[in-house]
Design a binder for this molecule. Structure first.
Ligand code: SAH
Ligand code: SF4
Length: 430
């Protein structure tokens, strides 16, 4: 989400003559894109600001801006208490940045944190900041209308709005033309994507299909699906197209129906399991990943065990795992007591991580001996003699380069694995 937002910001500023630099000491404007979804993400921003202070001290004319979802909540704190930040711009105010920079240049603090019901930046072609030139994010919607009680997103990024499909297709075509071979369509809940135009409705399965049809050589991914909304229709579209990647990120958050209810996730453990069974039936060989939260309000040992047993039952290929942190203004902060002691949250998170490590290792071991089609993203981190890419299931594979190069598809026979990576060799076996 944040990478896609930064790319929109770079595009808006480039049109006004600004140039992107890799060297922070060369910059005359430094914008820090923020995320306030979890407490530690917020903590990192404070550390970042501290690191920037010496630049400002050395070169007073440098303009520092805080943009993104921390903007609204922290505007007073950063503008007044810190005396370091000149610009604060919320996630719907990026078009205003050239004006805000000019205001800051004339010595005023410049703020725009208004949220919008319409802004999708549909007409802005993001300037790609990723260096691989092979895979890219494409934002298809902004904001969120779900009210998960722990989550700050609906407050800081506003209501859900879908982006006009024509502009999405145009952006993806352009990416394909400039050599990209993979796009990830992103939104907080892609299953509720909806665009109506003169009575014609485009929902996510149709959008995904349209994107997949652009070219069979373009891989398509998407994130994030919501377990309450993911439909069999969507699963059938994924199964039908080889170039739609066989990986679904379906955050469970908890395995306890009681906790899911308190989280207002609008599904039960059984419902989640039913969706997993549907995926397994309709798309055999689909990787499934999740987000898990440990220590949500009132979570008991029994609830925690339910999370572990759900993880084991699904056999997730990958997971993002978090300790619950109360976020200001959310329903949980207002109505529920953050009553699980920190040491217990940590101990449960560690158990979740240990289990996932075992599941991830098993998922990789199962791939040994099989041949996968891999999209090459570049050299491996360790050696220029090896290339690195991903399988459709989103697993990283490293193999000796032969005469292959970045952006090509290659069939690789996996012959071993480490905890994070599959290792193999190019296979000519069709
Ligand atoms: N829209 C996506 C995820 C958005 S936030 C979804 O609904 O799945 C990404 C992840 O951050 C969430 O899935 C959740 O696991 C985690 N998260 C959000 N708020 C949190 C909080 N207050 N404490 C801990 N983890 C949180
Ligand atoms: Fe937050 Fe829930 Fe929306 Fe995801 S679906 S962004 S967790 S409110």
């Amino acid at each position: 989400m944040n990478v896609a937002d930064s790319e929109v910001v770079v595009s808006i500023l480039s049109k006004q003559g600004f140039k992107l630099t890799d060297e922070i000491s060369d910059a005359s404007v430094i914008l820090i894109n923020t995320c306030s979804i979890r407490e530690n993400a917020e903590q990192r921003i404070w550390n970042r600001l501290k690191a920037i202070r010496h630049l400002k001290n050395k070169k007073n004319e440098v303009i520092v801006g805080l943009i993104g979802c921390m903007a609204e909540r922290l505007k007073e704190k950063v503008l007044e208490a810190e005396q370091l930040v000149d610009i604060v711009a919320g996630p719907d105010a990026y078009r205003d940045l050239p004006v805000l920079v000019a205001e800051a240049e004339s010595g005023h603090k410049a703020v725009n944190v208004l949220l919008s019901r319409e802004e999708t930046y549909a007409d802005i072609s993001p300037v790609r900041m990723d260096k691989n030139g092979v895979s890219s994010f494409v934002s298809i919607m902004r904001g969120c209308n779900n009210m998960c009680t722990y989550c700050v997103v609906p407050y800081v990024r506003g209501a859900e709005r879908s982006r006009e499909p024509g502009s999405i297709i145009k952006e993806v075509r352009q990416l394909f033309k400039s050599g990209y071979r993979e796009v990830t369509l992103i939104g907080q809940n892609v299953d509720s994507y909806k665009w109506e135009d003169k009575g014609a409705v485009t929902e996510f399965p149709q959008l995904l299909e349209k994107v997949a049809r652009i070219d069979p050589l373009l891989r398509v991914r998407f994130s994030t699906s919501h377990p309450k909304d993911i439909s069999d229709d969507l699963l059938r579209i994924i199964a039908r197209y080889d170039n739609i990647c066989k990986h679904i990120h379906l955050p469970a958050q908890s395995g306890s129906t009681r906790i899911l209810k308190l989280m207002n996730r609008e599904y039960s453990r059984e419902w989640y399991m039913d969706r997993i069974s549907a995926i397994r039936t309709i798309i055999p060989d689909c990787a499934i990943s999740t987000d898990m939260i440990s220590g949500f309000c009132t979570e008991t040992e029994e609830d925690h065990q339910a999370s572990l047993s759900l993880m084991e039952w699904v056999g997730f290929d990958f997971a993002y795992m978090f300790k619950y942190s109360e976020r200001p203004g959310t329903k949980a902060a207002r109505k529920l007591k953050d009553d699980v002691p920190d040491n217990i949250k940590t101990a449960r998170l560690n158990e979740i991580i240990a289990l996932q490590n075992r599941l991830s290792a098993k998922s990789k071991r199962n791939d040994v001996g099989r041949i996968f089609e891999v999209l090459i993203e570049g050299f491996s981190k360790r050696s220029d003699e090896y290339l690195s890419g991903r399988t459709s299931q989103n697993k990283i594979v490293v193999f000796p380069k032969g005469n292959k190069r970045k952006g090509e598809f290659v069939r690789v026979l996996v012959d071993r694995c480490t905890s994070a990576t599959l290792i193999g060799k190019i296979s000519d076996n069709k």
